[in-house]
Ligand binder design. Structure first.
Ligand SMILES: *[C@@H]1O[C@H](CO)[C@@H](O)[C@H](O)[C@H]1NC(C)=O
Ligand SMILES: *[C@@H]1O[C@H](CO)[C@@H](O)[C@H](O)[C@H]1NC(C)=O
Ligand SMILES: *[C@@H]1O[C@H](CO)[C@@H](O)[C@H](O)[C@H]1NC(C)=O
Ligand SMILES: *[C@@H]1O[C@H](CO)[C@@H](O)[C@H](O)[C@H]1NC(C)=O
Ligand SMILES: *[C@@H]1O[C@H](CO)[C@@H](O)[C@H](O)[C@H]1NC(C)=O
Ligand SMILES: CC(=O)N[C@H]1CO[C@H](CO)[C@@H](O)[C@@H]1O
Ligand SMILES: [Ca+2]
Ligand SMILES: [Ca+2]
Length: 599
């Protein structure tokens, strides 16, 4: 029944759209293919918008220069207006903040700097009232050393004694210095083992020494973490992004890792992490987490996105299979990796096609172009390409993940050594911190040209505001005739169409520097994304793409193309003229055999 109604609506829509385009008094009767795909779910339709709470909006009285939960709530109308239907919050849990909240002291409480549990409930209610979903970060690989479990584990209290990974010293050196059990290194450099004088054993920490690794070989730990998940589901959250999952397990026999690259600049990359990274047991634990989510998905799907940096072929295992699903999707960093090298049409083409070709049957793709761990997209891809990259990510099949600020093309800020907050930067020291610090992409959201870019009225913000905020901010972009945010909003709008939701993908490189792809579904307007990565003008003929007619109409275009295009302008597909560095989205009537009745 539902399908039938959808088909009638479809004919009406199609006819009026086509009539408008053709301007002819011809009634075209398409026979829509009512073999409608499974209806998409919320996490597939909308982009997922990552909010970095420390930097989104400060609402404290008096202002403390740090973003907080009521601040996020005050910006929900903005988020709704972007066309975003799901928010993922980076950690808001109680934490001594040694690692920006990724060191959790109480998995069931909110950090006072962000607010209270009441603030969280208020946010959750306000988010859901707007029809938006709320996804939380879940950090299973370790806790803070201040966590009650760790404190009790040190004292060997039952049942906490084996909640963490403890090991005896291999021996004792001069002055009775304990020697670590093996050569494992921390991601942040130095040994992954820290001596605890009280327990007279080493504990493992794959990250900071303030972040002891939980012991997932202990079933009680898994049970605890499943309960934590259930706790937040009971508070109404709609899913989780699971942090650093590849680090969940280590070799039981604590075997030494081999040296892979002695010359690597950071100590961690010198070893081959065969015994500490992506062990097969990881997937078993994730499957257990998925079962918790599925049990809670009776009324609406609760999602699981996993974070792990590894080659695409290996990452695909994180989808699981149909009978034993794992993640709804493992976050796809292929576009980020592509942007760390020379960005060309070829490198983006390879990133997209490698992902799509490796995707298991029935699995849902996703596209991440930026996050709090990587340089801003505008800085990596170049400011001219900001809109083009958003076009690519938002119109490909799958879910795009947008890091807050990417919708206005925020750039990395210059953060001095004195202002540095990120441990990865601090550990590297004043000479090398710029190479490692993630502060430049974590600076406050740029709302307007007022004090601290409208982020906070405090005299000082936790990280400095980027000095470009007077010209680069939300308010000015909303007032401009054409801007990054306007392009972004048009892209979220286009995502609601059949071709983008359920259409096929056909992707090519033309004239070496132009990436072009179409999204077509029979019986619906099609879209074509055309991006020129070269600095010079290139003319391409796109008529050879499948189902492509002679003409199309401009849907949206990069701000760099503002002087060359106007919306709805009709252009000939045999000669699309693309100025240097920019992107264009065209819409067209796909060529399918159709029955035409002239009146
Ligand atoms: C689904 O909704 C029903 C009715 O509101 C409710 O009783 C039930 O507990 C919900 N199920 C879950 C898993 O939340
Ligand atoms: C799906 O994954 C489970 C768990 O790894 C495995 O036991 C099962 O054989 C797989 N099923 C198929 C059809 O591959
Ligand atoms: C980067 O790509 C361009 C072509 O887009 C090429 O001309 C240039 O030589 C490349 N640079 C490097 C360092 O590979
Ligand atoms: C900012 O600094 C001025 C002068 O030091 C002080 O009077 C004022 O109270 C401060 N404002 C805030 C919000 O901290
Ligand atoms: C459109 O393409 C058809 C072939 O598909 C061709 O016969 C026709 O001349 C073209 N029309 C225009 C206006 O280019
Ligand atoms: C990939 C990665 O390192 N992810 C996170 C894992 O946890 C550490 C420590 O909490 C974070 O700093 C990382 O961002
Ligand atoms: Ca605050
Ligand atoms: Ca671990």
């Amino acid at each position: 029944m539902w399908v039938r109604i959808r088909c009638i609506l479809l004919v009406v829509y199609w006819t009026s759209w086509l009539t408008m385009l053709a301007g002819a008094i011809t009634l075209v009767l398409v026979t829509p293919k009512c073999s409608v795909a499974d209806p998409l779910e919320w996490w597939q339709i909308s982009p997922i918008y990552q909010v970095y709470p420390l930097s989104y909006q400060d609402s404290s009285h008096p202002p403390d220069g740090v973003g907080d939960i009521p601040g996020i709530e005050s910006r929900l109308d903005y988020i709704k207006d972007l066309g975003v239907g799901a928010i993922w919050l980076s950690p808001i849990y109680k934490s001594p903040m040694k690692d920006s909240g990724y060191d959790i002291q109480d998995f069931r409480d909110i950090a006072p700097v962000f607010g209270t549990m009441d603030d969280f409930h208020s946010l959750s209610k306000a988010v859901h009232k707007r029809g938006i979903k709320l996804v939380l970060d879940f950090v299973p690989n370790h806790s803070s050393n201040l966590h009650e479990w760790f404190q009790k584990s040190v004292k060997r209290e039952v049942p906490y004694a084996d909640y963490y990974i403890w090991a005896d010293a291999k021996g004792f050196g001069t002055e009775a210095t304990p020697i670590p059990p093996n050569n494992w290194r921390s991601v942040f450099g130095g040994s992954a083992w820290e001596w605890n004088q009280e327990r007279r054993q080493f504990y493992l920490h794959q990250f900071l020494k303030e972040q002891p690794d939980l012991n997932y070989r202990n079933p009680l730990v898994l049970e605890e973490m499943k309960n934590v998940m259930q706790f937040w589901l009971d508070q109404g959250v709609d899913g989780f992004r699971l942090d650093a999952v590849a680090h969940l397990f280590e070799d039981e026999d604590l075997r030494d890792e081999m040296v892979k690259d002695e010359d690597a600049t950071d100590e961690y990359s010198q070893l081959d992490h065969k015994y500490t990274f992506n062990l097969p047991e990881v997937l078993d634990v994730l499957r257990e987490f998925r079962i918790v989510l599925d049990k809670n998905s009776e009324n609406a799907t609760k999602i699981m996105m996993t974070e792990a940096y590894m080659p695409v072929e290996k990452l695909m295992a994180y989808y699981g299979n149909k009978s034993h699903p794992i993640a709804h999707f493992p976050l796809n960093f292929a576009l980020i990796s592509a942007s760390q090298k020379n960005i060309t049409a070829q490198s983006i083409y390879t990133a997209v096609s490698t992902w799509m070709n490796n995707l298991p049957k029935g699995a849902w793709p996703n596209w991440v172009i930026g996050n709090h761990d990587n340089s801003r997209a505008a800085t990596r891809f170049g400011a001219e390409l900001v809109d083009a990259i958003n076009m690519i990510a938002l119109l490909l099949p799958g879910t795009p993940v947008t890091y807050n600020g990417e919708e206005i093309g925020m750039e990395d800020a210059d953060v001095s050594w004195e202002q540095t907050k990120d441990t990865a930067g601090i550990n590297a020291g004043p000479k090398k911190y710029k190479q490692f610090s993630r502060d430049p992409e974590r600076t406050p959201m740029q709302w307007d040209a007022g004090i601290n870019a409208g982020f906070s009225n405090a005299n000082q913000t936790w990280l400095p505001v980027n000095t470009n905020y007077k010209t680069l901010n939300v308010e000015s972009q909303l007032n401009e005739k054409w801007s990054h945010i306007k392009v972004y909003k048009q892209l979220t709008e286009a995502r609601k169409t059949e071709a983008i939701m359920n259409g096929g993908l056909d992707i090519h490189i033309l004239e070496d520097s132009v990436l072009v792809y179409t999204r077509v579904r029979e019986g619906f307007p099609g879209y074509v994304v055309v991006v020129n990565f070269a600095p010079d003008t290139v003319t391409v003929d796109i008529t050879n793409l499948a189902h492509m007619p002679n003409e199309s109409s401009v849907y949206t275009f990069s701000t760099t193309y503002a002087h060359s295009f106007t919306a709805k302008k009709r252009i000939s597909n045999s000669a699309v003229v693309l100025p240097g560095k920019g992107g264009l989205v065209l819409t067209f009537v796909p060529d399918f055999p159709k029955e035409v009745i002239s009146l």
